[in-house]
Each structure stands twice: as structure tokens, then as C-alpha cells.
Design a protein around this ligand. Structure first.
Ligand code: ADP
Ligand code: MG
Length: 238
């Protein structure tokens, strides 16, 4: 497990400032949700934490060490994307093992880790299927399974449920809550869905135009929004 600290983090694409000086401290084992309207910089922040995007200015610490210059693989993070990147020609087993295959894991190691991920996600009976034989929710579980096998210190989720229909989203939300309780790993979860944020988060970070509007527990934001934007986004109806 690991804590994650962003200190004065900025990101510019060319002349456009997309993240405008963000300070966020995430505790060990905490489930933090980044929420905000489309285009506010949620994915960019997550991609910087993952190491998929350079940090223009500021410091990022994971587990107490500065990781600004570290490659994604060296950061101890695993990311689950919105468009679950699973391969249609591979079985569930091969898909889950994919990251391990690249890392040069032994067959035995792969078997053991895939079995463990499948058990956690209750997918043991699906290991020999191909993605075309799975539901949307099951496919997203394969993507999560792949992340689990890497035993990350921090899980990053970028709108993992946004391609699923409402009923399935609710199931998967519970699934992610369960995963979180089982693993106890630090998780950072991006969504534009208020319900997802309110039900999953220990704390919510509300973003607007590349800036933090407020950080707090769901009920805190609901009852004591810092400004009209937060109130409009998450607050109690007045
Ligand atoms: P969100 O995930 O909250 O919808 P993003 O982080 O994807 O927002 O994008 C934030 C802003 O940064 C948007 O205005 C987007 O157009 C811009 N942006 C994201 N990636 C790039 C890029 N590679 N080049 C230029 N602009 C980008
Ligand atoms: Mg996004």
C-alpha cells in the first residue's frame, strides 16, 4: 500500500494550462474519487500519476518517494481504463495474464496469480472463454483482473464503468467496493457520475477547470459545499 501526494502539480499542453496547481494528499489505503465535469482534467491528473503523461511543474510522491521521473512500470501503480483494453483473440486467462507475460513471469507464477485474481473477482468459471462470450461487466472484470495480478500499491480507475448500462454499473460499483475492502489498497477513481462518487469514496476531490474546488468526505461535501459549483454538482437540494 502507499500514500499519494500531489504538490503544486501543473500540466500544460503547449500553451494551454490544463492542470493549474493541484495539492492533494491521499492516505494509505484510502479510496479517493476525482469528480468533475468533462474536460476538467480528471484523466490528465490520473495519467500523470500513472506516468503516462509528464508533469509540467510540481511534485508527485507515491509511497513517500518522488516519482516524477520514474517510468510507469517503476511506480507500483496499475490503471483500469474506460475502454477496457482486452484482446478479443485471447482467452480470459490469457488476457488476465497479459501483463505478467510481458514482464517475463514464469508459467507457474502466472497460473498462481491468475487463479488468485479470478478468485477475487469470482471469475474462475470464465477463464477459458473469449471476450466475445462475456458480458460488458465481465469484460471490465477481466481488465480489473489484469490490474490485480500486478499487485500494485495504488489502483487507478479512469471511468471504468461509463460504458456499462445502469443496472450493470450498479453491480460493478458494488464489485469495486468489495474489491477495495478485500485488498485494502489505495485507490484513485475518476468519474463524472455523482452517485458513483458518493457511494464509493472515503473522500471526494471536486475538480473544475484544472483546479480543486473542494476535498472532503461525501457527506461533508453534500451538507457543506464550499461554493456554488460544488453545491450544484454534489450538494443537497436547497
Ligand atoms: P476529463 O478527463 O476531466 O474529461 P481530460 O483530462 O481528458 O479531462 O482533459 C482536460 C483538458 O485537457 C481538456 O480540455 C482536453 O482537451 C485537454 N487535453 C487532454 N489531453 C490533451 C493532449 N494530449 N493535448 C492537448 N490537450 C489535451
Ligand atoms: Mg477523462
Amino acid at each position: 500500500m502507499a500514500e499519494v501526494s500531489l504538490k503544486g502539480v501543473k500540466k500544460s499542453f503547449g500553451r494551454v494550462d490544463v492542470i493549474k496547481g493541484v495539492d492533494i494528499h491521499i492516505n494509505d489505503g484510502e479510496f479517493v474519487v476525482f469528480v468533475g465535469p468533462s474536460g476538467c482534467g480528471k484523466s490528465t491528473l490520473l495519467r500523470m500519476i500513472a506516468g503516462l503523461e509528464d508533469i509540467t511543474e510540481g511534485t508527485l510522491e507515491i509511497g513517500g518517494r518522488v516519482v516524477n521521473q520514474l517510468q510507469p512500470k517503476q511506480r507500483g501503480v496499475a490503471m483500469v481504463f474506460q475502454n477496457y483494453a482486452i484482446f478479443p483473440h485471447m482467452t480470459v486467462r490469457e488476457n488476465i495474464a497479459f501483463g505478467l507475460t510481458i514482464a517475463g513471469a514464469t508459467k507457474q507464477e502466472k497460473q498462481q496469480k491468475v487463479a488468485e485474481a479470478a478468485r477475487i473477482l469470482q471469475m474462475e468459471h470464465l477463464l477459458d472463454r473469449r471476450p466475445s462470450q462475456l458480458s460488458g461487466g465481465q469484460r471490465q472484470r477481466v481488465a480489473i483482473g489484469r490490474a490485480i495480478t500486478r499487485k500494485p500499491a495504488v489502483f487507478l480507475f479512469d471511468e471504468p464503468l461509463s460504458n456499462l448500462d445502469a443496472a450493470l454499473r450498479m453491480d460493478m460499483r458494488m464489485e469495486i467496493g468489495r474489491l477495495r475492502r478485500q485488498l485494502g489498497t489505495t485507490m484513485i477513481y475518476v468519474t463524472h457520475d455523482q452517485v458513483e462518487a458518493m457511494t464509493l469514496a472515503d473522500r471526494i476531490v471536486v475538480l473544475k477547470d484544472g483546479q480543486v474546488m473542494q476535498i472532503g468526505a461525501p457527506m461533508e461535501l453534500y451538507h457543506e459545499p464550499a461554493n456554488r459549483f460544488v453545491a450544484g454538482f454534489l450538494g443537497a437540494p436547497s
